[in-house]
Write a protein that binds this ligand. Structure first.
Ligand code: SF4
Length: 575
């Protein structure tokens, strides 16, 4: 099946199909979404206006049998940060795109009127229909209704009420193999989909052939080496499968970098109540699944199915950063309250990091008491109602800070700082400052090196080596985000000398190329620079690459401070 690009113009509800252009060869996932945004979106445009574009692109290996390779990226100008934005997800949608030969779906314009639309992508191309039944529904109900209407085989991409309201923390959901919700989480791109008035996209690849491989035998051999490297690494082979990402609560608490009570301390006295170990015990006792894949072909399986007290499904993909945001950051120690909030956020369609941090900032402002789990769940529910307070929360942590006149607001470029204190883990602080995405730990996960020594220890409390570490990681991450591989393959890429050559062999066997590991790193470099240039053209300067002032306060237990000067941070871009 030849590779193609679909363009949907919502101004007049038209669809065009293009051959995948030569200038985009070698690009997929983040590399492709960021390139299209840089080429086609006016950097100074309003993110919710007709000049912004929303781009979906499966990764270069998505749809192949390679382990952990099924992810898809979206890109646009972010309503939360005003920067270029890429977010990626598991679930089934990316693999369905790839099987149908769709390298990119580019959504442009905005329709006249108030109607919402449903796009269906199948063997006859794209059909656009007015959607009225699902408007106002949450993501769980939307997936259920669309699969009942179109068949259980369809993949669903949808927005919840937050996206319909165009709130800046709105995410985009994708169904997983069990019909549950996974999310393109960060940066508010659900609001862009809402501005284009698209409630849902369904995908039916029932008659599509498997993805073709240029060199099937070479692919099979590389695939074996790659899988072995993933399963042989202590983090991707043991820690993540056993305890999920929430294995990090105790690890980061021990390191003194678990931001507690809105970044006042680096350790939480209640960590045992919401740790990965506590979560594992709760899931096991209730008959849930402590180990689960968010997409077909995942062999690491860091996800889980978390049931309620009656053993009924409550949530899955219950991540460390979300649990930290309600747990240590907001002082809520009851895992069931946090799980209910997680379920609500998936259903309403808001980023669970942005929203959790926003709830903690609302506690700082006195909206509810620190540690009140029931009130925190109610506050999240307010977003669905569209009340003034709900909209303030649903527009993210910076919005709450402005509404309550606060200076202690943990954001960079308008996006909430996640679960690692940059004073105690300085490499991740450099990533928060410099990534073109706004504060985002996944953009260059220096925690792995600073705390776990993965790829070589760079001591977390020292400044030396952090700029170089973050820069290298950000380049490699931009490349990995282009492959469709889950970022958790990066542990093996850093520590197992066979893993990176195997990943490059997979790309070469898929496309019949002769890439080297250096080519892949250079791809990451090019993506990073493209994104940075977009932000500069949008009006950002190096003065935006800074942490909030309050990080000059010392953080117990190490009494660490953020002590990088502006000039030192600016060195990041000298490459
Ligand atoms: S390791 Fe976790 S995030 Fe990655 S694909 Fe598997 S379940 Fe999804």
């Amino acid at each position: 099946m030849s590779a193609k690009v679909y363009r949907v113009n919502m101004n007049d509800l038209s669809v065009t199909t293009e051959e995948f252009p030569a200038r985009w060869q070698g690009l997929g996932g983040r590399g492709l979404t960021s390139t299209v945004v840089a080429e086609e979106v006016v950097p100074t445009c309003h993110p919710l206006g007709k000049h912004n574009r929303l781009i979906f692109a499966p990764g270069l290996l998505t749809g192949t049998p390679a382990a952990n390779s099924g992810r898809m990226s979206i890109g646009a100008k972010s309503p939360l940060t005003g920067t270029i934005k890429e977010s990626n997800v598991g679930g089934v949608a990316g693999q369905l795109f790839a099987r149908m030969g769709i390298r990119a779906l580019i959504i442009e314009g905005e329709p006249p009127g108030e109607a919402f639309y449903h796009l269906h992508i199948g063997k006859d191309g794209i059909k656009i229909r007015v959607e009225s039944e699902l408007v106002g529904q949450g993501n769980f109900a939307a997936i259920e209704a669309l699969q009942a209407r179109m068949g259980r085989q369809v993949g669903v991409i949808s927005i919840g009420p937050a996206g319909e309201m165009k709130l800046a923390a709105a995410n985009i959901s994708v169904c997983d193999p069990e019909g549950k919700v996974r999310s393109f989480g960060r940066g508010g791109l659900g609001a862009v989909m809402g501005a284009k008035r698209i409630k849902a996209i369904t995908l039916d690849a029932a008659e599509a052939p498997p993805v073709t491989l240029a060199k099937p035998e070479q692919f099979k051999e590389a695939s074996k080496v790659f899988s072995k490297a993933l399963l042989g690494h202590p983090v991707s082979g043991e820690g993540l499968p056993n305890y999920g990402t929430n294995v990090l609560v105790n690890v980061i608490n021990e390191a003194g970098g678990l931001p507690t009570r809105n970044f006042r301390q680096g350790q939480s006295t209640g960590h045992d109540n919401f740790s990965g170990e506590a979560m594992h015990a709760t899931i096991t006792a209730r008959g849930g699944k402590p180990r689960h894949g968010c997409m077909p072909g995942c062999i690491i399986q860091c996800s889980q199915v978390f049931p309620d007290q009656d053993g009924e499904y409550l949530t899955s993909g219950f991540e460390y950063e979300t649990i930290w945001g309600f747990g240590a950051h907001s002082g809520v120690e009851d895992l069931d309250h946090i799980a209910r909030a997680d379920r609500l956020m998936d259903d309403i369609g808001v980023d669970s990091i942005e929203t959790a941090v926003a709830v903690g900032v609302a506690m700082e402002g006195g909206a509810i008491a620190y540690g009140d789990g029931a009130a925190a769940v109610d506050l999240v529910s307010e977003i669905r109602s569209g009340s003034p307070l709900g909209r303030i929360i649903g527009n993210g942590a910076a919005s709450v800070g402005r509404a309550y006149g606060l200076t202690r607001v943990p954001v960079v470029k308008g996006q909430a700082i996640p679960a690692y204190d940059p004073r105690a883990i300085k490499g991740i602080g450099i990533t928060y400052c410099t990534t073109p995405m706004g504060a985002d730990h996944t953009a260059g996960y220096a925690v792995a090196s600073n705390i776990m020594g993965i790829g070589g220890l760079v001591p977390p409390l020292e400044k030396e080596g952090q700029i170089e570490l973050s820069r290298t990681l950000q380049m490699v991450t931009a490349a990995v985000d282009s492959t469709g591989l889950c970022l958790f393959v990066a542990m093996a890429l850093s520590d197992d000398p066979l893993a990176l050559p195997a990943m490059v062999d997979l790309l070469n066997a898929r496309y019949g190329e002769e890439l080297t590991p250096d080519d892949v790193v250079m791809l990451g470099r090019r993506i990073l620079l493209t994104e940075h240039e977009f932000n500069m053209a949008a009006g950002f300067t190096n003065k935006d690459d800074r942490l909030p002032e309050f990080f000059s306060e010392s953080l117990p237990p190490h009494n660490a401070v953020w002590d990088f000067s502006g000039e030192e941070i600016d060195e990041f871009w000298n490459f």
